[in-house]
Design a protein around this ligand. Structure first.
Ligand SMILES: Nc1ncnc2c1ncn2[C@@H]1O[C@H](COP(=O)(O)OP(=O)(O)OP(=O)(O)O)[C@@H](O)[C@H]1O
Ligand SMILES: [Mg+2]
Length: 276
């Protein structure tokens, strides 16, 4: 029989945490309270500066919203954090000690940073349950084989995750038959199976119905504290419904940052949005 073993480079221990974990410290030094630090990050593409001296820090367990007009650099910021784009200058640290600019994309994912892209990358022909099973078995922190039977503990973990993202009733349906919003939740659930410490979500409610958007807000609020989240969104009603602290990017730098009400009433922010 062919088996595919996934072994771990960064974390040899088995993943025995409860399904939704906590912001665990395995290898990550968050003793100063922050999980992510960007300092004076600059990125240019053919002379065009997409990020200019961008500095930002995210606290452990925080739910941060990042807003800003099109082209402000929001996606580029996520590309830097996940190692997809290397900054020309500045630093990006995960906790106190992990220099993200020196790790590959795979190593960054393994270190505990999960990213949700706009287009869901689910396995459409497989059932919803199987999608979570595959996500769990792809978890590189755990040595296991792709064709091993699920333990009852693992089944429970998947079932609990399906409850959490309101897909329990669709467990046996092919993922391709889910609504747009449900597919997004499935992808989030797949990311959560790997217990990321930091989760980056780029425009997660784009294309969702109002009801799906509200449910997504509830989900994110329930994840905060256990995970740290950075959510980029244009949907201001959604941002208002989940936001505590908001960062406004404009032309590659932080234009304003603070509690949602404060940022919303900041004349510079209003000008940037009205001037679109
Ligand atoms: N690979 C690339 N090559 C050249 N220019 C790029 C590249 N990636 C991004 N840019 C440019 O950098 C700027 C910032 O883009 P980015 O995608 O980060 O903005 P954004 O804030 O995510 O915008 P949106 O809200 O539209 O998603 C844009 O002007 C974009 O055209
Ligand atoms: Mg973008």
């Amino acid at each position: 029989m062919t088996t595919i073993a996934f072994t771990s480079a960064l974390d040899g221990g088995p993943s025995g945490d409860a399904a939704f974990g906590h912001v665990s410290s395995g290898g990550l030094d968050t003793s100063h309270g922050a999980i992510l630090y960007l300092e004076n990050v600059s990125v240019s593409f053919d002379g065009f500066q997409a990020l200019k001296d961008l500095s930002l820090s995210i606290d452990v367990g925080e739910l941060r919203c990042v807003i800003g007009p099109n082209g402000a650099g929001k996606t580029t910021m996520m590309d830097v954090i996940t190692g997809k784009t290397r900054p020309d200058a500045g630093s990006a640290f995960f906790g106190q000690t992990i220099d993200l600019t020196r790790l590959t994309e795979a190593e960054i994912a393994q270190a505990g940073i999960g990213r949700k892209f706009q287009k869901p990358t689910i396995f459409e022909q497989h059932s919803v349950f199987e999608n979570l099973e595959l996500a769990m078995k792809a978890d590189k922190r755990v040595r296991r084989t792709l064709f091993a039977r699920l333990s009852s503990e693992e089944r429970d973990r998947i079932a609990a995750m399906l409850e959490r993202v309101r897909l329990a009733e669709s467990a046996d349906r092919p993922a391709g038959l889910l609504s747009h919003g449900q597919k997004q939740w499935l992808e989030i659930a797949m990311l959560l199976m790997q217990e990321p410490k930091l989760l980056l979500l780029d425009e997660p409610v784009a294309g969702m119905s109002d009801e799906e958007t509200e449910r997504t807000a509830d989900l994110f609020l329930s994840l905060a504290g256990k995970h740290s989240l950075v959510v980029v969104e244009h949907d201001m009603a959604f941002v208002a419904s989940i936001a505590r602290k908001v960062t406004v990017l404009h032309e590659g730098s932080v234009l304003a940052e603070g509690p949602h009400e404060q940022v919303q009433n900041d004349p510079r922010v209003i000008e940037v949005y009205l001037g679109r």
